[in-house]
Design a protein around this ligand. Structure first.
Ligand SMILES: [Zn+2]
Length: 315
């Protein structure tokens, strides 16, 4: 099956998978999100049908034309604690490599703003969430599914506000719902070191995860540079790879940010544009692929098809 869909002629293409969390068990609010069992199954399919490489090696081989067929890289964004607690042991058992792009501002007890919304909505009392006094409307929360949909709708409403305004609104939502929120969702510095010591790669993802395109250029540069410096301090080694927060080209970041990433000393970077990378792809804007199928045959087939996806548009 593999050779049929991604024959030798497809040598030279690279699919880079993007994950965020790997939950210990399914989350009833987000039943589509991957858990330990699903991740383990996906890794077994990756071992069996694909050639998984460390991202930095894969980028070099992409450019020198020496990639194996069906070449895949595994990446994680943001820096969730479950990456070390759940995903790492599974990766080690499978003998597979992954790169973890970590926003350093949330390490050691921090929480990303979207998780503040999700965890507040998860525990909110009553059947309806009335945020009209914050200009955010009313939402049904009678069922777990409604809570999931409400959290998604609120995150979508707040995502593209300027950073300060977004954080202010999030603080108001948190204050309005007023439930205790978890402080153990993100990695601790020691866990970042554990990922590094296990042979995994650590990559930059800024400090506070701003949408770079919506951020003052001086601040954007400082975010990218400080995140790198902080991670290098934690692991005592070089951080060579970067992932743009949110990652959509010409929407979440622009050419000016690509130049910053080069100037600051990264050697390659990934976006969230769809498709597979080719030799001529911009090494600083490599596309990534979101694996979301719940059944393994579909996961495998769709990933094989990704090798035939049209080349991404590179500015
Ligand atoms: Zn991210």
């Amino acid at each position: 099956m593999g050779n049929l869909l991604a024959p030798g002629a497809q040598r030279g293409r690279l699919s880079i998978l993007i994950y965020h969390r790997v939950l210990p068990q399914p989350d009833p609010m987000f039943p589509e999100d991957i858990d330990a069992k699903g991740f383990e199954q996906q890794l077994s399919a990756l071992s069996r049908f694909f050639n998984v490489l460390p991202l930095e090696d894969a980028v070099k081989r992409l450019q020198s034309g020496s990639l194996p067929p069906r070449a895949v890289c595994i990446t994680f964004d943001d820096g969730y604690a479950d990456n070390a607690e759940i995903a790492l042991p599974i990766l080690r058992r499978s003998g597979l490599h992954a790169t973890f792009f970590i926003a350093t501002g949330f390490l050691d007890g921090g929480r990303m703003w979207n998780d503040s919304i999700i965890e507040s909505v998860r525990q909110a009392r009553g059947h309806e969430l009335d945020l009209s006094e914050l200009g955010l409307g009313k939402y049904p929360i009678a069922t777990v599914a409604q809570r999931g949909a409400t959290a998604v709708a609120l995150v979508a409403q707040l995502k593209y506000l300027p950073l300060a305004q977004r954080l202010e609104q999030v603080a108001k939502v948190v204050q309005h719902i007023a439930v205790p929120l978890p402080n153990d969702l993100m990695l601790r510095a020691g866990q970042v070191r554990a990922l590094h010591n296990a042979g995994m790669a650590i990559g930059g993802h800024t400090v506070n995860h701003p949408i770079l395109a919506a951020t003052d250029p001086t601040e954007a540069r400082a975010e990218i540079a400080a995140g790198k410096e902080s991670l290098e301090g934690i692991i005592g080694g070089r951080v060579a790879l970067f992932a743009y927060p949110n990652g959509r080209p010409e929407h979440d970041y622009h050419g000016v940010h690509v130049q910053m990433v080069k100037d600051i000393g990264f050697t390659a970077a990934v976006s969230t544009a769809a498709g597979a990378a080719r030799a001529e792809s911009d090494r600083f804007q490599l596309p990534r692929y979101s694996p979301w199928d719940r059944t393994l045959p579909r996961f495998t087939l769709r990933l094989l098809k990704n090798f035939h996806a049209p080349a991404e548009v590179v500015a």
